[in-house]
Each structure stands twice: as C-alpha cells, then as structure tokens.
Design a binder for this molecule. Structure first.
Ligand code: EPU
Length: 453
C-alpha cells in the first residue's frame, strides 16, 4: 500500500448530482425509480471498472445526525448527505414528529421548532430499524418518546435492549406494550453505563440522550466507529460537552440547551469499500474521490494483502489490480476491525482469489444470505456456522439472483460485473436504501447496469 502526499488531478468523476437551488420536503420526494415493488438491476458482464467515482456521504453517519437535529429548536444544516432511501425515510419520520426537512443548495436543513408527536410509528420502523435513533433525542428534549419495537431482520435478531437499558440507567421509565417501547423521564440524569457488547446505534442513542441530561454520563465499551465520532463532533458544534468519542469510554457533561449548527457528514467508508472491492475483483483501476483512507484501513490492507495495488492520496484513493488475487482470512469485528458491512463484498472478491479464503462473521448471526445466490452463479462456498470457506478462483456465470439485504445486494452486483452473460439482481430496493445512484456510478466506470422494471 502506498501513501502519497501530492494531490494529482484526477479524471472527471462519476456521480455528482447536486445542481442549483432546490427546496423541497425530503418526505415528498421518493422518485419513481425507487419503487420497491418492481425494480431489478440487469448487469451485462464481465466488465472491468476504470475511472473515478465520487464517494457520497455516509448513510450511517447521516442517520444519527438527522436524529440529533431533534435536540434543538434552531435549524441544523447538514452537508454531504447521500441521496438514499433510508434518509428519505428518516426525513419522513422527522416530519411526522414535527420538524421541517428540506434540501437547500445541496444541503439538508432540519428545523425542529416544536415536537408535535414524539414517536416513531410501526410503518417507518419496520422499513428502517435506525428509526429508533429518535428515542434518545426525544426523551432528552420533551421527556417522552415512543417507537415500535423493531423485529428481527434479514441479517439477525438485532434487539435494542442496550438502548433501553442505557435510558433506564439515566432515570427513564421504559415500558413495552403492544409491540411499542415507550420511555418517559421528567429530566434524564447522568449515568455510568457499560455496554455488554459494542453497539453502534446503541452508543449513538445513549449519547443523544445524555447531552441534555443532568450531570455526567460515562459510556463504557462504547462503539469507536467513525460515524459515532462524526455524531459527537456535530453535537459539540451544537453546544454539547463530549470527550472520548472514538475511544472505548465516552464522557458527556449534560447541558440545559443545544443550538443550531452546520455539519459535514463524513464520506461513506462502506460505499468506498464496495467500489474498492469491485475494482479489485474486475482487475480494474478506480479512483475513489473524496474517500478517507484513514477510516477504512482494515479493508484497504486486506485488498493490498490480496494483491491489489492501493495508492492513498489526500482526498482520494486509487485501487487497481493487474496480477492474480491471493486468498485471505477475514474476521469481522467492531471498528477498527474489519466491518461486517463489507463482509459480503470481500467474500465475492474471494471467489476470484487463488486457494481457500475464510470469512468469519462475528457481528450478525445470519449474514451469509448472499452465499446461496453466489453459489447459483458458480461460486464454491461452504458455510459452517459463522464461517464461510470460499474456494477460488471461480468462473461466475450470469443468473437471476435475489438481494436479501443492503450489503448482500452489493456483493451480488459485484458478482454480476464478474460473471459471463446477464445477471439480474432482484429486489434492489435494498440497494437503494444505502447506495447513492449506484448504477450511474458503475456505468460511468464502464459497467453495463440497467435498472429495469
Ligand atoms: N445488539 C444487541 N442489543 C442491542 C444492540 C445491539 O444485542 O441493544 C447486538 C446486535 O444484535 C449485533 C451487535 O450487537 O449482534 C452489534 O450491533 P449494533 O448495535 O452495533 O448494530 P446497529 O447499531 O443496529 C449499525 C449499522 C449497521 C452495521 C452495524 C455494525 C447503522 C444505522 N447501522 O447497526 O449497518 O452493520 O452497526 O457495524 O449505523 C448497513 O449499513 O448495512 C448496516 C446494517
């Protein structure tokens, strides 16, 4: 892996979509192309990716940032918000709570002057679990919050017991009735809370509640993900007192009031990692513009070990591969370990590597659903509990495959780029939840991906 200092001029990039001034409610704008019932990707392969792609803002940083805007009656401006379905859902949720949400000059402005209805209804929670992130800020600001309890999902059971326990430790009374979780507190008080297991949104929700609590909160075994750090930085700009974000212990001194702020969402390390995997898989040469290498070194060093050439420049990363790929061992873990959200993509890459790669999934109990679909395309993979053994290199053939969750879908798209013939990836509404204009970005890199009904 090479690290460069000078910033060369990159070729013109794909996927820049902001234009002029627009001011529309986010909730009103799910365009037809996101109709979940009908859409598929038809991918003609094999194709080698070459060129530059602009990396969007991180969905998983923007979601808690939207929730944080509920903490103040002043407007909050967010820059670099990706155009993905989950953020439209979050916009809808904030609107139903009472906030005004609009895009202006390419930024999202959220103004939660008043809280009309402090709850996240079932319809929204069932489509997006991150809806529960409004619980912390609502509880802190108006002393009550209600959300439908999210059920299990495609990748695992995913309970929210740590979120609830943290609120209880801060003095909230929490009840569970008819599938809803309801929390109440006149004023939250600072608490010392230990997460039994690292939880990203759990840490964020607890932090969102603690910023307006009475006294000091200590979050131990906290998530260290860059998205947690980005949220802490936003809250600090709003007047919160937080130290230790990015470490295992976060300390929050509660304040009585927060104010408006402008904040930049960090680049999406998972989107960047997905295009990096696609570049390496196709023997391509791709520049990831705007990507921040420092927050996805786990992926970049695996790619480099496998035989890809990774050049890190300020504000851009080039990933290319000319020679054969070597097998790898990957084991997912909380940051700074290898992210579970890139497990499916590197597994597809491993189908092209010499020898048997082992991929261990340690975060979610059911995150190998892409495996049977990849097998239908000719991949040789055996799953034993939480480990997948991938034998390569395999020649993949186009097939009709079904996307089951966001990242599994991305792995199938990469497989489609590699496969001989036509691959149809069904149910791409999963992809649209978290990838900003994916087919446009891929096509600008030389892929042939068509969105079909
Ligand atoms: N867990 C519990 N109880 C809790 C919370 C978590 O048992 O109260 C368990 C989970 O079941 C899981 C582990 O703890 O086994 C870690 O889950 P975590 O809470 O960290 O996951 P999350 O916060 O629900 C976020 C991302 C996911 C990403 C995970 C892990 C957001 C909105 N979502 O989920 O992103 O996979 O962290 O890094 O930030 C995606 O973008 O595709 C995605 C699924």
């Amino acid at each position: 892996m090479r690290i460069w200092r000078a910033s060369p001029a990159w070729p013109c990039c794909a996927g820049s979509h902001e234009a002029g001034i627009r001011s529309v409610g986010l909730a009103d704008q799910p365009p037809d192309r996101y109709n979940p019932r009908v859409e598929k990707f038809r991918i003609s392969g094999p194709r080698r990716l070459e060129g530059a792609v602009r990396i969007s803002g991180a969905k998983n940083a923007a979601l808690p940032a939207f929730a944080a805007a509920l903490l103040t009656e002043e407007p909050v401006r967010l820059a670099n918000v990706p155009k993905v379905a989950d953020l439209r859902t979050m916009g809808k949720l904030l609107t139903s709570i009472g906030a005004d949400v609009a895009r202006e000059d390419g930024e999202v402005v959220i103004h939660a002057r008043t809280i009309r209805s402090p709850q996240a209804p079932y319809d929204l929670v069932k489509t997006m679990r991150a809806s529960v992130l409004v619980l912390g800020p609502l509880l802190a600001r108006v002393g009550e919050a209600k959300a439908s309890l999210p059920g299990g999902c495609a990748i695992g059971v995913r309970p929210i017991n740590y979120h609830i326990a943290a609120f209880q430790q801060m003095g909230a009374e929490v009840s569970l009735e008819h599938g809803d979780v309801e929390a109440k507190a006149t004023r939250l008080r600072g608490a010392d809370f230990l997460f039994d297991q690292v939880s990203v949104t759990g840490t964020e929700n607890a932090m969102l509640a603690a910023v307006l609590a009475d006294g000091t909160t200590r979050l131990r075994n906290a998530a260290r993900e860059p998205e947690v750090v980005n949220l802490a930085e936003m809250l600090q700009k709003m007047g919160a007192k937080i130290s230790g974000a990015g470490e295992t212990e976060i300390v929050i001194e509660g304040v009585t009031r927060l104010h408006g702020a402008r904040h930049d969402i960090i680049p999406d390390r998972i989107e960047a990692g997905t295009y990096a995997a696609a570049a390496a898989a196709t023997g391509g040469n791709v520049v990831l513009e705007g990507a921040d290498a420092s927050i996805f070194m786990a992926m970049l060093s695996k790619l480099s070990q496998m035989g890809a050439v990774v050049d890190i420049h300020p504000g851009a990363i080039r990933v290319r591969r000319d020679g054969p790929l070597e097998r790898c061992d990957v084991s997912t873990s909380p940051y700074p370990g290898f992210p579970t959200d890139l497990q499916a993509q590197i597994l597809t890459l491993a189908t092209q590597a010499q020898g048997v790669s082992t991929i261990a999934e340690n975060i979610f109990e059911n995150r190998f659903q892409h495996v049977p679909e990849l097998a239908r395309m000719g991949a040789r993979i055996r799953v034993d509990g939480r480990r997948a053994f991938v034998e390569g290199p395999s020649r993949l053939n186009g097939a009709t495959v079904m996307a089951t969750d966001l990242r599994a879908s991305a792995s199938l798209v990469i497989a489609g780029l590699l496969a001989e013939g036509t691959t149809t990836v069904d149910r791409i509404y999963h992809l649209d939840r978290g990838y900003d204009h994916m087919e446009e970005k891929l096509n600008a890199l030389g892929a042939r991906v068509e969105r079909v009904s």
